[in-house]
Write a new protein. Structure first.
Lengths: 407, 165
């Protein structure tokens, strides 16, 4: 029997930008088990959200993730609108879809570049990020910032798009087609990319459904799930587009799905521009409060469905805000895809779901598996000790040592 | 200017130390290295290990779990090194100061040489920071925080020969 060893990756490593800790259990070159430890990125956003007003909450959830900085706010404002039955002007819906699709292109290009980098094709990385700059230029033109757009608010969007800007936006997005075609050809025709990614890290359709995989990860496994079509929101039911799927669920198909989705995104953006030329009117219904109630918001983020739940008691702050990001569902599929692969392939397989750990962070509590009891760290022990002292003081009236210091 | 400091004004090896960041500063850091801004022209390149680093770029707040690991990691960096805080989070903590998982600003456990404010700062701002830091080192106005004598270990010969203030 081969000896089993553990290869630790992280938490600070060259593989991914965010801190997270992988433990690869290997026998020789083969990965037999995978542990993922998170928690380095947890910032307590759901709790913080309860201390913010509904308008501030949007800026807070925008900073859950820098790549999905339209998806989270959009799902959040839709949840608030659902809770308070707030109407949204039609023009705002098209602007929302447009910014969302631009974000999808930039996110997919970003992933494509990083995937190329992991496979040793730094040329793809540099080219993809060079054309990503064009997308950021459009976003800067529309929203005023390259990232963290600050566009969404309950009841509409914060900034209108000027009519004079529309031709420039149209020509810039037209200019994205050729580079994306170039990437499509580079990936689909390159024999080396075939050799590295075809048949690697296969997620079957059954397993995609069993794990509840979302977004491109599911669609590459021929599981056609897309919230934009299944629960129409923003302007997605008013434009013509297709859900892209592939058959095999390997890394190659995940790349192909993302590349083809970029063409669909450009299609949606072009239709949005045409509609914005026709539809005038306000972009914000300017709600004064969110009525008491519960609301849910979905949005198909570049990585899959992002889900927000908001409960309002009629005050100006949510009393409960729940966030579920797509990576929360997609990262566990790594257990299905990485096991049995070689260490050299593990890199690209782990990256193929486009994991976003800052979206998916949860608080981790260590539990002893034999007794089921929570394990304590030094801070907990000190707290328990202090509490016992307080209890003794309260119960027996004993006083602690008195020091001759004036308080 | 000692040789060690002089070397810091040449091609810099950058290590990217992301705390509990939202990824945006991290992406803008990579943006600064890719063709549009192309800091690699000047020999500035990302390295995979902190042991090869001249500059640590810190982004995001450092939460209760990440702060411990970050301190362990920074202790492995070869002196002298520069620390640049990218974005508003490592400087002030922004909205995360109220969070239950907020530990303390990274300025408490490492001396930060330059702050690049913004959410996220543009690549131009980062390039400007690098230029200012290099000018400061050349003119002697800036002494890397890791060499400040006030709280270095007394009698550590390695630090004294490295040319502190």
């Amino acid at each position: 029997m081969t000896k089993r060893t553990i290869v630790p990756i992280g938490p600070y490593h060259a593989l991914q930008e965010e801190p997270e800790f992988f433990k690869l259990h290997v026998e020789g070159e083969k990965v037999v088990h995978l542990d993922i430890e998170l928690g380095y990125n947890h910032r307590g956003i759901e709790k913080l959200s309860e201390s913010k007003t509904f308008e501030e909450t949007v800026f807070l959830v925008e900073r859950i993730c820098g790549i999905c900085s339209t998806s989270h706010p959009l799902a959040c404002v839709q949840a608030a609108e659902d809770a308070g039955d707030i109407p949204v002007p039609e023009r705002a819906l098209f602007i929302r879809s447009m910014v969302g699709e631009l974000e999808r292109i930039h996110s997919h290009l970003l992933w494509l570049g990083l995937a190329g980098h992991f496979l040793g094709f730094n040329t793809i990385w540099m080219w993809a990020w060079r054309f990503r700059e064009d997308v950021l230029n459009i976003l800067e033109l529309i929203t005023g910032n390259r990232n963290h757009y600050g566009m969404m608010k309950p009841g509409g969007v914060r900034r209108d798009i000027k009519h004079t800007d529309l031709p420039a936006i149209a020509s810039l997005s037209e200019g994205l087609k050729d580079p994306i075609k170039m990437f499509r050809d580079a990936v689909v025709q390159d024999p080396l990319i075939h050799a590295r990614t075809k048949g690697v890290g296969i997620l079957t359709r059954e397993m995609a459904i069993a794990y509840g995989a979302l977004g491109p990860t599911a669609r590459a496994s021929n599981y056609a799930i897309d919230v934009r079509r299944d629960h129409p929101h923003a302007a997605y039911d008013k434009v013509d587009w297709d859900v892209v799927t592939c058959e095999n669920g390997d890394v190659f198909d995940k790349a192909v799905v993302r590349i083809l989705e970029m063409f669909e995104s450009i299609r949606i953006i072009e239709q949005c521009i045409e509609q914005l030329k026709k539809i005038g009117g306000p972009v914000d219904s300017d709600p004064k409060f969110v009525a008491a109630g519960e609301g849910i918001g979905h949005y198909e983020a570049p990585r899959g469905e992002v889900f927000h739940y908001i409960r309002s008691d009629g005050s100006n702050r949510p009393i409960r805000h729940k966030v579920r990001a797509p990576s929360f569902m997609n990262v566990p599929t790594n257990r299905e895809t990485v096991i049995g692969a070689t260490v050299a392939d593990a890199t690209i397989i782990l990256a193929a779901v486009d994991p976003c750990y800052c979206c998916t962070e949860r608080m981790a509590v260590a539990v002893d598996s034999s007794s089921g009891e929570r394990m304590l760290d030094a801070r907990d022990l000190i707290r328990l000790s202090c509490e016992k002292t307080d209890r003794l003081v309260a119960d027996s009236g004993l006083q602690g040592p008195s020091l001759p210091i004036e308080r | 200017m000692s040789n060690a400091i002089n070397a810091l004004t040449r091609s810099l090896n950058v290590f990217h130390l992301a705390g509990s960041a939202c990824n945006n500063c991290d992406i803008e850091i990579l943006d600064a290295l890719t063709p549009k801004y192309d800091l690699e022209r000047f020999g500035i390149t990302l390295v995979g290990s902190i042991r090869h680093a001249d500059v640590l770029l810190m982004s995001g707040i450092f939460n209760r779990k990440a702060a411990i690991r970050a301190q362990e990691l920074i202790a492995q960096a070869p002196k002298p090194y520069l620390v640049i805080a990218i974005g508003g989070c490592p400087a002030t903590g922004l909205m995360w100061r109220d969070s239950y998982n907020w530990e303390r600003p990274p300025g408490d456990f490492v001396k930060i040489d330059a702050f690049v404010p913004g959410c996220p700062p543009k690549p131009e701002a980062m390039i400007s920071a690098v230029v200012k830091v290099i000018e400061g080192l050349r003119s002697g106005e800036l002494v890397p925080g890791c060499l400040h004598t006030s709280d270095t270990v007394a009698g550590d010969p390695a630090l004294e020969t490295a040319g502190g203030s």
